[in-house]
Write a protein that binds this ligand. Structure first.
Ligand SMILES: [Zn+2]
Length: 296
């Protein structure tokens, strides 16, 4: 049911994306046992990253990572997406609870704090391209907007939102990214600004039953939107036991010796999806042997 769309408006002088990601954010919440505040922060970032993957990556296998390093109690968060609608991510401290802001909204900015946003595009070559900006507010949409303006020189409008119920379950999640091409006229810019100023929040729109198409119709009212493509989106991690074992092979001998010495075996978790992989003491010994023989 989760999907995103791409669109153009104002005779191709505007590019736009919108997503509804309720199920993928709920899946992330289940995987990482996130508090409502952490769900909101991670959900906003996942929704942004999945659109950015589609927007900014050309080839299958390319990855985009949006990383937020903040001094707030969430201790930072990260999302990685490909160009086909798959996204994964985590919050470093997923259990944070803070009082809501005065307007009743979750205090995502307070949870994130001050810090840096880094966007890395890994296109399978040795030198991934990355850009970095200071966080504007820690509210994520504003930070990504600022990133587009400063690092990519693309004037944009980014809206993101996650609504959780009393039990912390995800009720709504989604957002949009609207980008002005260099040849956009003042008239187009004025119209877009007016639309965005009068636009209700993303969560209000989604909760009212709006689809990604509706979001863009409203944000781009009067600018002749035309939806060009649609893609399913999902919370997806490609980790498997072999990958985790390869990570163990890269550990130092001392660390492996310590794991073996405590005689309990080791449980390793994928940081992106929190899936657990068990390694018995015997298996750890085999890995130590493989490592010493320098072969896999
Ligand atoms: Zn995983």
């Amino acid at each position: 049911m989760d999907y995103m769309i791409s669109a153009t408006a104002a005779d191709d002088r505007i590019r736009a994306f919108a997503v509804t990601g309720k199920e993928l954010v709920e899946q992330a919440r289940h995987a990482h046992h996130t508090s409502p505040l952490a769900t909101a922060a991670l959900g906003r970032l996942l929704c942004a990253a999945v659109m950015m993957g589609w927007d900014m990556l050309k080839n299958d296998g390319d990855l985009i990572t949006v990383q937020i390093d903040g001094d707030g109690p969430l201790r930072g968060l990260l999302a990685t997406a490909d160009n086909t609608g798959r996204v994964k991510g985590f919050v470093k401290n997923p259990w944070v609870i803070l009082p809501n802001k005065e307007d009743g909204h979750l205090n995502v900015g307070g949870g994130v704090g001050k810090g840096i946003l880094t966007v890395t595009r890994d296109m399978g070559r040795n030198d991934p391209y990355s850009g970095q900006v200071e966080l504007k507010s820690g509210e994520i949409a504003e930070d990504i907007n600022y990133y587009f303006a400063v690092s990519e020189q693309i004037p944009s409008s980014v809206g993101l939102g996650v609504l959780v119920d009393r039990e912390g379950a995800v009720m709504e999640a989604g957002g949009y990214i609207i980008q002005l091409m260099p040849d956009a006229s003042e008239e187009i810019i004025d119209r877009l600004e007016k639309n965005i100023l009068s636009l209700p929040s993303v969560t209000e729109l989604l909760h009212g039953g709006d689809t990604p198409e509706d979001l863009l119709e409203k944000a781009l009212a009067g600018l002749e939107v035309s939806v060009s493509d649609r893609r399913d989106v999902s919370f997806y991690c490609s980790c498997d036991r072999d990958r985790v074992e390869r990570a163990l092979l890269l550990l130092g001998k001392k660390e492996l010796d310590e794991m073996i010495a405590d005689a309990k075996g080791e449980e390793l978790r994928c940081r992106f999806c929190n899936k657990a992989y068990q390694f018995s003491v015997d298996e750890l010994k085999q890995i130590r042997e493989k490592r010493e023989n320098g072969s896999e």
